[in-house]
Design a protein around this ligand. Structure first.
Ligand code: FES
Ligand code: FES
Length: 162
């Protein structure tokens, strides 16, 4: 007989507090998708290589497939589901749409969280294309829409520039 160890954790998910009783071996990605029904973050590689599962934990970008859910106890989690506000896409989401940076869409939630984190951290700084590439190096797009994604990131940083 196998014994699973369960533990109660409390975190804020997209601004709402939640308390869950979870299997301690579960990844944050599994808890988001299976226990909370938040399927925006995707299971790609499952080993921290592709970024499809990217979410923000206390404003830090993490691969939720290799982040244990128990580590999120008392933290603030942001997922793609919380980014649109009152039916309006976030600046970053809108930039991805405007620049045609979404093909099959599998990588998009992860990319959007990476861009969101990058954009929120670079206000007022001078950003090079190299900064953009490095900050998104953990996110892979199988449809290889990188050119348009780059443009979308640029637009996320300077939404008013045409
Ligand atoms: S699914 Fe998490 S990094 Fe690929
Ligand atoms: S849009 Fe298909 S994997 Fe990126």
């Amino acid at each position: 007989m196998t014994h699973h160890t369960f533990r109660e954790i409390t975190f804020s998910i997209n601004g709402r507090p939640r308390t869950l009783y979870i299997d301690m071996r579960k990844s944050l990605l599994e808890v988001l998708r299976e226990d909370l029904g938040l399927t925006g973050a995707k299971q790609g590689c499952g080993v921290g290589e592709c970024g499809a599962c990217s979410v923000l934990v206390d404003e830090v970008l993490v691969d939720s497939c290799i982040y244990l859910a128990v580590w999120a106890d008392n933290k603030n989690i942001r997922t793609i589901e919380g980014e649109a506000k009152n039916g309006k896409l976030s600046t970053v989401q809108q930039a991805y749409v405007d620049e045609g940076a979404v093909q099959c869409g599998f990588c998009t939630p992860g990319f959007i969280m990476a861009t969101t984190s990058f954009a929120e951290n670079c206000t007022g700084k001078k950003i090079t294309e190299d900064d953009i590439r490095k900050s998104h190096a953990g996110n892979l797009c199988r449809c290889t829409g990188y050119q348009n994604i780059l443009k979308a990131v640029e637009k996320s940083i300077h939404p008013d520039k045409e």
